[in-house]
Design a protein around this ligand. Structure first.
Ligand SMILES: [Zn+2]
Ligand SMILES: [Zn+2]
Length: 318
């Protein structure tokens, strides 16, 4: 199949998938009261989903993988070349997912690697778009390790768009604010139930639910955590137990050097920059309901659990 036709098909499937997940989030929400334009929506959409992924795709494929591909002769190890496309997709899906599970687990153990992962946990309100929020370094490592073998081991060119589509579909599904019951399949396929718990701020789950696509890794390796009810609905029940910058660039700077975002506001240039986006948005939203911009309009009784404080998190990270 020509690559253009395949791209048209994968894009169509993706658009339909987005519509379906957004609709399900309205019909069967996991966390009731979560707004569509929730806290961090625009950062996740504009910076992480559109701008960051556009530039990182060019960087990873053209500046990291392509030079390695052209400088060496890979023909001797291209063992997947003659496999049917479906088998190739399945092979890379399973092997990369196992790698992601192990690397993710490591990110929750190492202080250094946690700096590349905390951005993903920083959202207080998690929905279909939250999966896009990942630190630049995390994406470079994971996507290079994902796509380099596909290219270097001689996979069919169709494998890349199909794999990228499945990544996006799974990413939206497991972060989707939806209540789904897959029956016994939930022990194999990952679900929002397990992954939303992974985004909850509790000690019990800081070292659990690392799976992305296949929950079977968590069940086989003893890291599945599902108490059978949802996390509380208060802000402290979700995301990080410490203050985290709200600005995209400051989020990356924070991974290198800790600082207090609010203290920077005393500088006029920073104050102007920091308030530019909310100012533009408020003009845009004058025609809309302004309430949608308020981050925490959700108040439901929290379920008593052990909230993970910053100090505790520092202690359990090695
Ligand atoms: Zn994590
Ligand atoms: Zn996540």
């Amino acid at each position: 199949m020509p690559q253009e036709k395949l791209l048209t098909i994968t894009t169509t499937i993706l658009v339909l998938w987005v519509i379906m997940i957004i609709t399900l989030e309205r019909i069967i929400p996991y966390r009731k009261g979560l707004k569509f334009f929730r806290e961090g929506f625009w950062i996740d959409l504009v910076w992480y989903t559109l701008i960051q992924s556009y530039f990182l795709k060019i960087f990873i494929f053209d500046y990291l993988i392509a030079p390695v591909q052209h400088h060496f002769n890979w023909s001797a190890i291209q063992f997947v070349k003659n496999w049917p496309v479906a088998v190739q997709v399945l092979f890379f899906l399973v092997t990369h997912d196992l790698y992601i599970y192990l690397f993710h687990r490591l990110q929750h153990r190492s202080k250094l690697l946690w700096r590349t992962h905390e951005a993903h946990h920083s959202g207080k309100e998690v929905d279909f778009l939250s999966g896009s929020r990942s630190h630049i370094v995390e994406i470079i490592i994971n996507q290079t390790i994902e796509f380099a073998p596909i290219i270097l081991l001689g996979a069919d060119p169709a494998v890349i768009p199909i794999k990228a589509l499945l990544d996006a579909m799974f990413g939206m599904f497991i972060h989707g604010n939806i209540r789904v019951n897959l029956g016994k399949l939930k022990y194999i396929i990952n679900t929002p139930e397990l992954h939303l718990w992974h985004h909850a701020n509790y000690i019990e789950v800081f070292h659990a639910n690392f799976a992305t696509k296949f929950a079977i890794w968590d069940h086989l390796l003893g890291t599945a955590y599902n108490p059978g009810h949802a996390p509380g609905n208060e802000r402290e029940n979700w995301g990080l137990g410490y203050e985290y910058p709200r600005d995209y660039f400051l989020q990356h700077a924070f991974s290198v050097k800790r600082f207090d975002e609010n203290k920077l506001l005393k500088y006029k240039w920073f104050d102007r920059y920091y308030n530019l986006r909310p100012a533009l948005l408020s003009v845009f939203f004058k025609l809309w309901k302004k309430d949608d911009l308020k981050p925490d309009a959700i108040h439901q009784p929290g379920i008593s659990k052990t909230i993970l404080t910053h100090q505790q998190q520092e202690e359990i990270l090695q």
